[in-house]
Write a protein of this length. Sequence first.
Length: 439
Amino acid sequence: MATSAHQLDSSINNTWYEDTACVSFSAPLFKGKEDCDTLIIGGGLAGLALQSMLSEHQIYCLLLEEKNIASGASGINGGFCTPGWSVDQLELENRVGLSKASQLYSISLAGFEWMQELCQKFDPAISQVKHGVLKAHSSKQKIKLESKVHKFNEKYDANIQFLTEDELSQYLISPRYDYGLLDLHSFQFNPLNVIRSLAVKVQSKTGKIFEDSKVTNVESYKGGYRASTSCGGIIHAKRVVFCTGGHFSNLGVSSLYKKLFSLQTSIAVTEPLSKIFSGTISSNVAIHDDRRAGNYFRILPDNRLLWGRDIRSIGNQTRIQIIRDTRRDLKFFFPQRRKFFDDLKIDYGWSGKLGYSSNFMPYVCCEKSNLFLLTGFGGHGMNAAPAAASLVKDAILGDQSKMQAFEYFFPTWNGGIFGRYAAEIYIRWLKICDQMNMN
């Protein structure tokens, strides 16, 4: 049955993950007054991972989430988990040198392994883990790409497989891509189910997760911090950790809105695919491409196509616009299936906000006495968030040495409104470059 334009727009926040979720979670509002050792602001993967880790060391934490657990990027993303950061590893080498870049990669790998072990704790029907992530390249420079993969594997003891055009066609049939890099260690999963399951696990241990409890102010108070919530709660904490993602505001002692860019990306999900589409995109791997403003896509367990696209710092897309632009993308990347995509129904379209720093690396630091930042993971948080949470956990327990790996990426001013427009101009320039490379 056709869906009206009004109905489409009214459900912009409705996601496939929410409609198919097999794990529920709810927590009370925080209305009272309480003292704690550590206040964690933000109920995404970073905050929950940190609370889980600290609870194992009997550190008394409160976690306050503005909306619902995993309602932000952590629970509505593409569902990819790979080692590394938002910045290409070889680019990191150029920035900080091989030794420091190797340390950062090891940290990211530890986060990846933590996430993999977490998923293994839950029923496969919940986690929906499937190994194999393919990076599709539109580059014509075969020798250069092969050399890059060889160097990466050698330096980081990895096993990334280079795929020729013929080998790539076993996973993806598109004239827009020439080669592929296949990582059978990385995996796809259901982020909402897994993160809700983590929240259930943490709540059963601590009972100290609160939803719909927006923090409205944080101020210094008697050698620690005093936080106020929108529902009248007051918390006195020895330390505070900001784990917010793309939604942030001025909270007094840490003005994250001056230090991060809030960028938006979008995802669409089609109706279940017919047999005519089989073979065009493999259901055995999750796929993303080599463009900065690139696509990421995978076949979901119910045989729908999830298609992630676009990045922007200015403006918000409606569901109708997301669906329209997704259909246009699909016909461009798979011109042999244009008629198929003209007729295909796209059932879901949603957008999410990501927190980015100006250098595309997360902020993992103690900004001032007992005030920590654990944020800005961009589009690579599913391994990076728990990786960085482990460093903050160590710092809280007394060892800040590992966190020094991020000293090159200390918070800087984002340029305010001028920075937002500068970011949008840069993104559009990247899109033009991407388009030129594909033509």
